[in-house]
Design a protein around this ligand. Structure first.
Ligand code: ADP
Ligand code: ADP
Ligand code: MG
Length: 669
């Protein structure tokens, strides 16, 4: 076994690998860029080596710097994590030359599977069922049209070197193939430095189901069940689970055995993932093989009890797998939610900044569930524009799918993140979504269910009663504490008022208290919305998280002070709550309503970013859909388009300027 390994990555995955290495008694070396001097993975590792500027191309992606760091520290092996150098055969070869072990597959397997066209050829040869398509060189748009007609519409044009959900487009007609082909090719060239594209059948409404494989250097290849990753936004995974609610034992076995056959065909060793799409009739088609640890590997670990990183390290050290296929049992259900620094209310635009508050739910057993949080950040850390915007991977395990979903809902409700925008409200709402709960999934789920984007939701009557009860309990606990300060003149007669009105957004909820006294911990019977229930909580003033019971429901909600009230976040809802006496409520109803300012004549910067270009001039007439400006943030160029026909007025921003969120880029007449 190795004495010391280097982790050529950053963020949550570097931390995750360090944890296992430490448990195995292996010393760890972290590498870090300028932007990561204070990062968690640096703090966690036994040693750390600085490898250059923030830009990944000048640090985490430079093989020579990683190798130099190994030599300087005496690290015997490198775990690459995912992304960065994890799927570069040339990196493994360079390590091999230096006598350093790559904790992953051999270069030959990486090369064979790293290219989508080549890997489909291998898959065909290994009798793996693949998406019908054409794997030759496509000469021009006319040739592409002919192929598409043969395959039958719709088709997908894909970059052979693509990855991370990028470099693919769907075509439903000849015109779209013609238009799409040239653009796909130039996009592939600029994004991946490789203009080869291919065409395959676009499977309508499929599920994404992938098989985890694990292989050693002695010819043993196993499959560790599947993960379903159909909850995707723009072909990128958002939530995953193991097992899949869709597979039966026979399909699981068939997919598993084909995956093993493919792995054997390329002499695979280490952990790898064979991705499939599955149609409504459970026909499955090979998509690609990822020759690395997959982002969503924790759900497999939770249902199999196998630490994949440990097995990768052992296999790399030459050990045999300690189990056989018949030992692999899937136990219970696991869900993963990817927490991203992005604003769900603004079409998931990236958000950067400092985590002024970061309090994940506690890990470990909670009731019959397990909570696991793989993270690479901490309170006070900064989410920078340089790297992947993932904050954490929150996983829950429970005996059944619905229990795991419930546990995830509670864990998300208690996950406190302030300082940046994040997708916790979206994930929390997803956990309540009936179609998700029923497991009726497809890769189009988010596009179909949130076709207008994710908008703030309004609570239903039952949710209103819970929100009102939470807000009222907090207000009563706070006033109880104020009353107990020494020498304070009592603000009221001492008898607790029986009737209250909680304003939630623009609605008023009347509550009657059935007990006359506030106790700490809080325990009170109340009547609201025509029902009676008991409210219990040990919440204390200042706690951001309210935990307790409202009737039979276990409730975890977040409270943040606002002017004269609280903001309550729960189940993806975010509601302003104010506690009034009925008299105050009656007066409040008479208050004039303040209308939000009219921003329809302004182009606001949707996120902090750099103006790349301004596409219009003052006085220009623009049609709906035309580009107004391009703003870069988190290495993504965001094209801001006209939402309607308009005439450009004053332009306030210049290319090269850094703008804050909501800065006025231009005005319209
Ligand atoms: P998963 O492991 O869930 O399949 P992806 O395939 O989306 O995840 O890729 C994992 C990570 O690797 C992502 O963070 C993505 O940014 C990065 N990545 C993978 N392939 C590429 C590529 N060809 N170009 C850029 N980034 C990539
Ligand atoms: P990447 O390397 O970017 O992960 P994949 O080939 O794995 O690319 O595809 C990513 C996602 O795109 C899949 O999970 C699926 O949602 C969708 N997709 C890819 N190919 C097809 C196809 N032929 N038909 C329908 N959806 C597809
Ligand atoms: Mg993929």
């Amino acid at each position: 076994m190795f004495n010391k390994i280097l982790i050529a990555n950053r963020g949550e995955i570097a931390c995750r690998v360090i944890k296992t290495a430490r448990r195995m008694g292996i010393a760890t070396v972290a590498v870090y860029s300028d932007a990561d001097r204070d990062a968690l993975h640096v703090e966690m590792a036994d040693e750390a080596v600085h490898i250059g500027p923030a830009a990944a191309a000048e640090s985490y992606l430079v093989a020579e710097k990683i190798i130099a760091a190994c030599k300087a520290t005496g690290a015997q092996a490198v775990h690459p994590g995912y992304g960065f150098l994890s799927e570069r055969a040339s990196f493994c070869e360079a390590l091999e030359k230096e006598g350093i072990v790559f904790i992953g597959p051999k270069p030959k397997a990486i090369t064979a599977m790293g290219d989508k066209i080549e890997s489909k050829k291998f898959a065909n040869a290994a009798k793996v069922s693949t998406v019908p398509g054409y794997l030759g060189v496509i000469e021009d748009a006319t040739h592409a049209e002919r192929i598409a007609a043969e395959i039958g519409y719709p088709v997908m044009i894909k970059a052979s070197a693509g990855g991370g959900g990028k470099g693919m487009r769907i075509a439903w007609s000849e015109a779209e193939v013609r238009d799409g082909f040239d653009r796909a090719r130039s996009e592939a060239r600029s994004s991946f430095g490789d203009e080869r594209v291919f065409i395959e059948k676009y499977v309508v409404d499929p599920r994404h189901i992938e098989i985890q494989v694990l292989a050693d250097a002695h010819g043993n290849v196993l499959y560790l069940g599947e993960r379903e990753c159909s909850i995707q936004r723009r072909n990128q995974k958002v939530a995953e689970e193991a097992p899949s609610p869709f597979l039966d034992e026979a399909t699981r076995k068939a997919m598993g055995e084909q995956s093993v056959a493919l792995a054997k065909a390329v002499d695979y060793q280490s952990a790898g993932t064979v991705e499939f799409i599955v149609d409504r009739d459970r026909n499955f088609y090979f998509l690609e093989m990822n020759t690395r640890l997959q982002v969503e590997h924790p759900v497999t670990e939770l249902v199999t009890g196998i630490d994949l990183v440990e097995q990768m390290i052992r296999v790399a050290a030459g050990e045999k797998l300690p189990f056989a296929q018949s030992d692999i049992k899937l136990n219970g259900w696991a869900i993963e939610s990817r927490l991203y620094a992005e604003d769900p209310y603004r079409n998931f635009l990236p958000s950067i900044g400092r985590l002024t508050r970061y309090r994940p739910p506690s890990e470990g057993t909670s009731g019959n569930a397990i909570v696991r949080n793989d993270t690479g950040v901490f309170e006070g850390a900064e989410i920078s524009m340089y790297y992947d915007p993932m904050i954490a991977k929150l996983c829950t395990w429970a005996p059944t799918r619905l229990e795991a979903i419930e546990a995830m809902g509670q864990a998300l409700d208690g996950f406190v993140v302030d300082g940046i925008e994040h997708n916790v409200p979206f994930l929390a709402a997803l956990m309540k979504h009936p179609r998700w709960r029923e497991g009726r999934l497809s890769t189009g789920f988010i596009a179909e269910e949130y076709s207008e984007g994710f908008a703030p939701m309004a609570p239903d009557a039952g949710q209103q009663a819970v929100l009102a009860a939470v807000a009222l309990s907090a207000a009563l606990i706070e006033s109880n504490r104020r009353d107990r300060f020494d020498d304070r003149l009592r603000a009221h007669s001492g008898a607790l008022r029986e009737t209250w009105t909680v304003k939630l957004g623009d609605d008023y909820v009347d509550i009657r208290l059935l007990d006359g006294l506030v106790t700490i911990p809080f325990d009170m019977d109340i009547a609201a919305g025509g029902k009676q229930f008991n409210v219990v909580t040990d919440w204390r003033p200042g706690d951001p998280v309210w935990r307790g019971k409202v009737g039979n429901a276990t409730v975890t909600a977040q409270l943040r002070p606002i002017l004269n009230g609280l903001r309550v976040d729960w189940q993806g809802l975010s509601v302003k709550a104010k506690v009034f006496t009925p008299q105050h409520a009656a007066l409040d109803k008479l208050m004039p309503v303040k209308l939000p300012p009219d921003t329809s004549k302004l182009l606001l910067c949707p996120m902090p970013g750099l103006v790349v270009s301004i596409a219009v001039t003052e006085g220009q007439e623009v049609k709906a859909g035309e580009t107004l400006a391009v703003v870069e943030a988190m290495k993504m160029e965001n094209v801001l388009r006209a939402e309607r026909d308009l005439t450009v007025g004053k332009i306030n921003a210049k290319p090269g300027e850094s703008l804050a969120v909501d800065a006025v880029i231009m005005e319209f007449d």
